[in-house]
Structure formats: structure tokens, C-alpha cells
Design a protein around this ligand. Structure first.
Ligand code: SF4
Length: 453
């Protein structure tokens, strides 16, 4: 593992602050054979729509696509849990030859009859794109019979990057909203976009807004319900969190309904406070909202600062590597890690833009590696070279961290603990502290060898 080289075509996607001129290549299709950490278009659409709990999610394709994204997020529901089922048309060789439309129609009718969902989402996969099934016409036919919205998700895995999957999901959400027309405005109201209720985060954030006196019309898509989504045009403001995934929808809603949007993050003290204050200042004609926000932030920060200071004593000087889906999350993580006294030695993302990477460059210290659309070997190379103590990522990054013998923190779909908001910052600090200071890492051969030298 010592001398890992980087593929020539991948060199342009890697930037070291202070060493290279900033000219990072990004927003490109992944290099064939490079084993990208990126997910496919279908997976991108699935992660955005998945938390809508009273909808039927059916994957039109081979069973592997369905199992790959089964229960893909730790997105909780306060009611129905239909989203947690993984339905598939399970296309086989015969269907590839003769087409899968009849199978899809039959599956939709049977499932809608059995589970009475409020809408159905039909995800297209690679094979469907290749054999050319007319999914739209099947959806139209079934919609006529069942009288619920049946929407095709144009997410054929090969047709772009994960970002195209986000866009396909946003188009479906917009279709749902638009079917209901423009609704009467709800005063002092927002839609929360790009929040997926992982570990109950949506509930915590909604509680903050409730305390501030803000009405939440819909959340897309954490603890989501089809009816709430269809009412989204009645909100005064769209508050966009996971901007990479839902900015397309926010822009469409701004164009069509004149609803402005702001980009926020609920990770870390700084960004959570900033998010709440920005929403409060949008409704500045009501000075009570700002007063309540100040009170809320003061109380929440006071409750967690002593614990964080204690943890910081052990973490100061430790080194962290971050590899996430959208770069916007990396910005918050860098701030949160600095708060804990840690240094970021690697920051990368699956779908960052040139603008995102420019911001990352500004936030990172000299020597930090910035990576676009990385693969496991590149991540391992720089983690070892920079001797990181912690790796923050998702399900595909976890084995890399453990194989290298360093701490890991899941900041992606699968976790069960909320990391958003003020309490989330406390949970994050505790988790990072537990994993970084675990004595198990001292027994890793790489470290033992170093200690003997
Ligand atoms: S849609 Fe294509 S790339 Fe995505 S999981 Fe299915 S086969 Fe794989």
C-alpha cells in the first residue's frame, strides 16, 4: 500500500493547496476503470425521493439495483413506512428480450391495490434505458386506473453522474407540486429542502422553527408526505440545505412561483445559528421572530459549549480527512472540526463544482489535498501520506478507514444518530472523540511499526 500511484487522467482532479496552481477538473463523468466512489444516476434520485414515506417506490430493473439502494438512508418516519420496502420488477433475460412494460404495469397495479400509497415513483435503471421500455406510457395508464400520481423517474444509471439523479428527482417533486397549482400563501412559512430526517434531524430542525414562530409547509423529503409536497407552493421561502441535490428544484420554484431560496447548513454551531438567523431576518417585519431566535440560539449554545471544550482538549492537533457527496457539507464539517481543534488534511467530494472547490481551497490550510470524484486507492494514498487520525465519509468510505486503522465517522445516509443542529454538534463531537481516541488504533501494524522506529 506504500507507493500508490495516481492514474494520469485522474491527476487533474487532485489539488494540493500551496503546491499546485488551482485548476481542478470537476463535474465530469467518472473515468472508466478508476472505480469511482460516486454512486450512479439512479442512486442519486433514490436518495432524494426515498424518505417520502407514504409513496410507493418501485425500481424498474434487475434486482441488483433494488438491493443496492434498499433502505438506503436512516430516514425516519413519524407515520407510514412504505418507503422502507424495496419493490422491483426484477427484470431478467426474457424481459430484456421481450420488454418489461407488461411486468411493470402488473406490478404497479398489484402494489397500489395492496398498499394504497398516495403516489408511486417508478425508477428507471440502466437496463430500462438500454431496452427502451416506454415507462411514461405505463405510468399514464396506471395513473388513469388507480387515480393516484404515478411518476416516472428518469434515472437510468449510465446517463450521467449522481447529480443527474438529483435533477431527475427534483423534476418529479416539481411535477407533484405543479399538479396542485399555485396555492394561497401561508404567512411566515418555509419549505425545508434537502433535509432527509436521518436519525430524526428533520424533527429537531422543525422544532427550532416552531420555537421561532415559523410555519413549515413541507420538508423535501425527510419524514415526507405526498400531500405536504403538493402544498409546497404556499410557502414564502425555500430553505435549501443539501444544495447539490435540490437547488434545481429551488430554482424551478423561484422561476414558476416566485419563491426565493437561501442555501444553509445545519451542521455545526456556526452554520446552524447562521441558518436560523437568516430565516429570521427574511421575516424581519416580525421582530418577535428575531428575538425568539436569539433566545433559542443562546440557550442551545450555552448547553453544549462546556462539553465541547472538554472534548477539544483531547482532539486538538489531530488530523481529519473528509470525503462527502456534496461539497457544501464539507464546508460545515471543516468549521465544525476546527471548533474541535482538529486539522483537515484532505477534503473531497463526489459532485463538487469549480466554485465549491474554490471555497474549499480558501477554507483549508496549506498542504491540504482537495479531491474530486476520488477512488479508494487515492483516498488511501493521501490518508496514509498525511497520517490522518479520522476519516469522515459514508458507507463506502468506512472500510477504507478501518483497513487503514484509523477512526471513522459516518456523516452520510446510513447513520442512526442525528448530527444536525446544536445537539447534533454535541453528538458529532462525542462520536469523533470516541473513535479517534480508541486504543485499538495503537495496535494497527502500521502504527506499531512506526512506534518501534
Ligand atoms: S442503475 Fe445501472 S449503475 Fe445504477 S445500480 Fe442499476 S445497474 Fe448499477
Amino acid at each position: 500500500m506504500k507507493n500508490i500511484s495516481v492514474l494520469k487522467e485522474r491527476e487533474k482532479h487532485i489539488f494540493q493547496k500551496g503546491k499546485d496552481n488551482f485548476d481542478i477538473s470537476c463535474e465530469k463523468k467518472s473515468l472508466a476503470g478508476a472505480v469511482s466512489q460516486r454512486a450512479c444516476v439512479f442512486c442519486g434520485s433514490r436518495v432524494v425521493l426515498y424518505p417520502i414515506a407514504d409513496a410507493l417506490h418501485i425500481i424498474h430493473g434487475p434486482i441488483g439495483c433494488a438491493s443496492y439502494t434498499w433502505d438506503i438512508r436512516g430516514a425516519l418516519s413519524s407515520g407510514p413506512e412504505l418507503h422502507r420496502m424495496s419493490f422491483s420488477t426484477d427484470l431478467s433475460e426474457t424481459d430484456v428480450i421481450f420488454g418489461g412494460e407488461m411486468k411493470l404495469e402488473k406490478a404497479l397495479l398489484e402494489l397500489i391495490d395492496k398498499y394504497s400509497p398516495k403516489a408511486a415513483f417508478v425508477y428507471g435503471t440502466c437496463i430500462v434505458g438500454l431496452i427502451g421500455d416506454d415507462v411514461e406510457s405505463v405510468c399514464r395508464k396506471v395513473e388513469k386506473i388507480t387515480k393516484i400520481p404515478v411518476l416516472p423517474v428518469h434515472s437510468e444509471g449510465f446517463k450521467g453522474t449522481k447529480k443527474d439523479g438529483y435533477k431527475a428527482a427534483c423534476d418529479v417533486l416539481f411535477n407533484l407540486i405543479n399538479r396542485n397549482g399555485i396555492q394561497k400563501k401561508v404567512p411566515q412559512s418555509i419549505n425545508i429542502l434537502g433535509e432527509f430526517n436521518i436519525g430524526g434531524e428533520t424533527w429537531m430542525i422543525k422544532e427550532y422553527y416552531k420555537k421561532m414562530g415559523i410555519n413549515v409547509v413541507s420538508v423535501m423529503s425527510g419524514d415526507g408526505r405526498v400531500k405536504d409536497v403538493t402544498m409546497a407552493s404556499s410557502a414564502c421561502l425555500n430553505v435549501v440545505q443539501c444544495s447539490g441535490s435540490v437547488t434545481h428544484l429551488a430554482k424551478k420554484m423561484e422561476e414558476e412561483y416566485g419563491i426565493p431560496f437561501i442555501r444553509v447548513s445545519y451542521f455545526g454551531i456556526e452554520d446552524t445559528s447562521d441558518a436560523l438567523y437568516r430565516v429570521a431576518s427574511f421575516f424581519k417585519e416580525n421582530s418577535e421572530i428575531l428575538k425568539r431566535t436569539e433566545e433559542l440560539v443562546r440557550k442551545e449554545v450555552k448547553a453544549i459549549v462546556p462539553g465541547l471544550s472538554q472534548i477539544k482538549k483531547d482532539l486538538t492537533g489531530k488530523k481529519a480527512a473528509i470525503y462527502v457527496g456534496g461539497a457544501f457539507k464539507a464546508f460545515s464539517l471543516i468549521k465544525a472540526l476546527k471548533h474541535l481543534g482538529m486539522e483537515v488534511i484532505l477534503a473531497g467530494s463526489q459532485t463538487g463544482t469549480t466554485e465549491d472547490y474554490k471555497i474549499l481551497r480558501g477554507m483549508c490550510s496549506k498542504g491540504t489535498i482537495i479531491l474530486d470524484d476520488a477512488n479508494p486507492l487515492e483516498l488511501a494514498k493521501y490518508i496514509m501520506e498525511k497520517d490522518a487520525d479520522l476519516f469522515i465519509g459514508g458507507v463506502k468510505e468506512r472500510p477504507i478507514a478501518y483497513k487503514l486503522g484509523i477512526g471513522f465517522c459516518d456523516h452520510n445516509h446510513e447513520r442512526k444518530i442525528p448530527l444536525a443542529g446544536f445537539v447534533g454538534m454535541q453528538n458529532f463531537a462525542i462520536e469523533v472523540h470516541q473513535t479517534v481516541t480508541s486504543p485499538i488504533w495503537d495496535l494497527v501494524p502500521r502504527r506499531l511499526k512506526k512506534a518501534k522506529q
